[in-house]
Design a binder for this molecule. Structure first.
Ligand code: NAP
Length: 246
């Protein structure tokens, strides 16, 4: 048996229309999974790429502006894998940070992630199945950052919830783990890469000497979705070119 194969598994990936979520969806499909790509917009590009490669995919419309938006997706639907990737960031000085910017980020990045995990696990337990949760954390699950208070709070929450849920569900055969991406070339980081001073400062600190690619994260997501990681519970794996080791 290939312990990295996802053949016969059904996965939901949130925020799969672009960036890291898109790469994860494509990689899970490449490993054999049927992938349902959730987003507030249709994930047409991702679905087309997966189908062109000969695998099975579909779009699911979910807007986490309502953190409970995905809770109805799982009962009786046969999912085996959940990747909570959707996330947003708002920047402002902490002295000026608004309640709206606090709530918007906490709702998508932390509250929606928790209740989506809850609904997924309830469905698995009701069906007597095992499964895999992969949460997308951040370097700011460990570090403070600057001018991003709700993002930092939400990503610390992702790391904490990953461990808490692993403690509750490991013995029930549900693996809950997270990936902490470093600086990855996506829409999210376009402004940083366009600023020569910030770009140089970031690259100077990355031992690998390059920005990460969405595919770097996707390969770790395949591992955490596959039987190969069956004994991995509550881990937050840094995929950061060595940033946190520095
Ligand atoms: P991205 O390209 O901006 O992707 C974010 C995804 O989340 C998009 O698909 C976005 O959909 C979706 N999303 C946002 N709000 C949503 C909502 N209300 N409902 C449903 N989906 C929503 O950025 P990315 O870099 O790939 O980020 C993916 C994840 O990685 C995030 O959790 C982010 O915090 C994390 N991360 C990224 C980096 C990095 O360096 N890039 C580093 C650490 C962690 P729309 O396209 O519709 O907005």
């Amino acid at each position: 048996m290939n312990r990295f194969s996802l053949t016969g598994r059904k996965a939901l990936v949130t925020g799969a229309n672009t960036g890291i979520g898109q790469a994860i969806a494509v990689a899970l499909a490449g490993a054999g999974a049927e992938v349902h790509c959730a987003g507030r917009r249709r994930c047409d590009e991702t679905v087309a790429a997966i189908r062109t490669a000969g695998s099975t995919a579909d779009s699911v419309l979910v807007d986490f502006a309502d953190p409970m938006a995905a809770t109805g997706l799982f009962a009786g639907a046969g999912y085996d894998i959940l990747v909570n990737n959707a996330g947003i960031i708002r920047r402002n000085d902490s002295t000026d940070f608004t309640e709206e910017d606090w709530d918007a980020v906490m709702d998508v990045n932390a509250k929606a992630l928790f209740f989506t995990c809850q609904a997924f696990a309830k469905a698995l337990l009701a069906e007597g199945k095992t499964g895999k949760v992969v949460n997308i954390a951040s370097l700011l699950s460990f570090q403070g950052g600057i001018r991003v208070p709700s993002y930092t709070a939400s990503k610390h929450a992702v790391a904490g919830l990953t461990k808490l849920l692993a403690n509750e569900w490991a013995a029930k055969g549900i693996n809950v783990n997270a990936i902490a991406p470093g600086y990855i070339e996506t829409n999210n980081t376009e402004a940083l890469r366009a600023d020569p001073d910030r770009n140089k400062a970031i690259l100077d600190r990355i031992p690998a000497g390059r920005w990460g690619r969405a595919e770097d994260i996707a390969d770790t997501a395949v591992f955490l979705s596959a039987p190969a990681s069956d004994y991995v519970h509550g881990a937050v794996i840094n995929v950061d070119g060595g940033w946190l080791a520095r």
